[in-house]
Design a protein around this ligand. Structure first.
Ligand code: SF4
Ligand code: SF4
Length: 306
């Protein structure tokens, strides 16, 4: 049996900003129903993989049969410096190097560290690509609550956080519980600020309207948005997080790995218009922005920055 405090100490020493543990089990009934309702209403847009993998999302223990515990970790990415607001905007999680490989490496380091005490411990590093409701499990692991903008909000470090998980094949001596309160109470600033009116109910985002969906997922698939929206973003969208009071306290990530790519974040509209495919490839080589693709970014410029 792994010691929860020892896991959290190791995570802190390796640079993670927060860590919680939860038993690997099915999603509870309330959240199961909410997820199914969201799918039934088509609010996942064309993200068909969510429907195809519904059972996996709701019952992660089925595709991780050896695993007993989910160690959920947060890595804060609030940038030290925001883009000039007159430039085409990039969601700040993509200001620096792509986080997938970095976080997988950090998860493997944590596993190796734990294996010095628990040699039989096996684990699986999960970052974004697995059928796991990361925000749900982060909330269950006591790392924050889900805001009306559907983001996980940690009370001290806000919502500009990556969520990563290490599933391990042993139980823990203690598990965490969701924090209280678990709602936003009377705020509502995110829904008011959303230029696409995509926050259709507390904690419910209609992806068919959401700029983050259109400028990343849909752009990746070559689907051009049907409408224009003058929001200034050409990759992702931070508007509903930027206005959130939980992100107002001056929070800056301490991680050197999150260093801002100045060349990328200082691109002007003319720079994006004139860039050719080869230069785009070089500019985005280690960037999450690459996911939208060369043509996707050009299309986003026309639809969201005009
Ligand atoms: S990411 Fe942008 S478009 Fe999507 S809900 Fe938030 S503010 Fe609205
Ligand atoms: S802006 Fe207000 S309502 Fe929206 S997530 Fe933040 S606290 Fe909640």
């Amino acid at each position: 049996m792994i010691d929860a405090q020892q896991v959290k100490l190791a995570a802190t020493q390796l640079g993670w900003d927060a860590c919680g543990l939860v038993a690997l089990q099915s999603v509870d009934e309330v959240h199961r129903q909410a997820f199914l309702q969201w799918l039934r209403q088509g609010q996942q847009a064309q993200m068909a993989y969510l429907e195809i993998n519904t059972t996996k999302h709701l019952h992660p223990q089925q595709w991780l049969p050896e695993m007993q515990t989910l160690i959920v970790l947060l890595w804060q990415y609030t940038p030290a410096q925001w883009q000039d607001e007159h430039l085409p905007q990039i969601a700040c999680y993509a200001y620096g190097q792509d986080y997938h490989s970095l976080l997988k490496k950090k998860l493997r380091e944590l596993l190796q560290c734990l294996q010095t005490t628990y040699p039989a411990l096996a684990g699986r590093a999960l970052v974004d690509t697995a059928p796991l409701l990361e925000r749900h499990w982060a909330m269950q692991a006591g790392l924050g609550f889900i805001g009306n903008n559907a983001m996980l909000i940690h009370p001290q470090i806000g919502s500009f956080v990556f969520i990563a998980s290490l599933a391990v094949n042993d139980a823990a001596n203690a598990y965490d519980r969701p924090l209280q309160p678990t709602t936003c109470e009377d705020c509502g600033q995110c829904a008011e600020a959303c230029p696409a009116r995509a926050i259709v109910a507390p904690r419910v985002i209609d992806a068919r309207r959401c700029i983050a969906y259109w400028t990343i997922e849909a752009a990746h698939w070559g689907i051009a948005p049907a409408q224009k929206c003058r929001c200034g973003y050409i990759f992702g969208c931070d508007i509903c997080q930027k206005v959130c009071p939980h992100n107002k306290i001056p929070l800056v990530s301490v991680h050197a790995q999150n260093a801002v790519n100045q060349k990328l974040t200082q691109m002007t509209a003319a720079d994006w218009q004139n860039i050719d495919e080869a230069s785009f490839g070089a500019l985005t080589r280690h960037s999450a922005l690459r996911r939208a693709g060369f043509r996707g970014i050009k299309s986003n410029l026309q639809h969201y920055f005009f």
